[in-house]
Design a protein around this ligand. Structure first.
Ligand SMILES: O=C(O)c1cccc(C(=O)CC[C@H]2O[C@@H](n3cnc4c(=O)[nH]cnc43)[C@H](O)[C@@H]2O)c1
Length: 207
């Protein structure tokens, strides 16, 4: 049984590819693990997992950078996403938002599935199509979900793993605070380095 490592972009796994001398492809097979680069966003992620997630995998590890809602957490910090929510899935009703669950069409909350203890802060995240970048939408997300992190793929990975009945974890390096967009403030390099160091150790200890 194998592990599937999933990320949106190859850049987010740059040191991992280097460490294991992996070929620069979007789907890489190796002895103990495979790597799948899905593309950014939940649609690309769901499609790629729909094509590649099979019962030969016993664990999916979703890795990537993420935005952070909590200014008390330093950028570069790694978090273990234990719960992830499709924040935009539902219907607006004037100023009110009705989730897909409230509409009676399904679930918007998904959980990690694992018995492995991960020695990182366990937090709640939301998954969005559009990065939250106005005070209004940031306050709205905080009020509705009180999340610590925001990505564009996490809940889609949890959803696919629930559907396929495969264990999954999600670890994210916090690269930026969720704020009106200013990429000069992002610490992408630091978040990716910390994330890759963690992933290399984690995979090394598993095998
Ligand atoms: O500009 C770069 O050097 C660079 C290198 C690697 C990755 C990126 C990305 O922009 C990756 C997009 C990826 O990041 C997640 N992300 C990061 N911050 C946020 C956020 O504030 N809100 C939502 N998602 C965020 C997201 O999962 C994207 O897939 C750039």
């Amino acid at each position: 049984m194998k592990t599937l490592v999933v990320a949106a972009t190859k850049a987010e796994l740059a040191f991992f590819y280097q460490h294991y001398s992996l070929p620069e492809k979007d789907f890489v097979e190796s002895k103990h693990f495979d790597v799948l680069i899905t593309g950014v966003g939940m649609v690309a992620t769901a499609f790629a997992l729909g094509q590649n997630l099979t019962s030969k995998y016993q664990l999916v590890i979703n890795l990537g950078i993420a935005g952070c809602f909590d200014r008390n957490i330093e950028l570069g910090t790694l978090v273990n996403i234990k719960e992830d929510i499709f924040a935009e899935l539902g219907a607006e009703n004037g100023d009110e938002f009705l989730s897909i669950t409230e509409l009676g069409f399904g679930e918007n909350h998904f959980q990690h599935r694992t018995k492995i203890t991960i020695d990182l802060p366990a937090v709640r995240a939301i998954t969005v199509n559009a990065v939250s970048g106005s005070e209004k939408s940031i306050q709205n997300q905080l009020k509705r979900f009180n999340p610590v992190a925001e990505s564009m793929e996490g809940a889609a990975v949890f959803y696919a793993c629930q559907q396929a009945n495969i264990d999954c974890i999600q670890v994210r390096g916090l690269s930026n605070y969720v704020e009106p967009r200013n990429k000069d403030n992002w610490k992408i390099g630091l978040a990716i380095k910390n994330l890759n160091d963690w992933a290399i150790t984690f995979i090394g200890e598993m095998n």
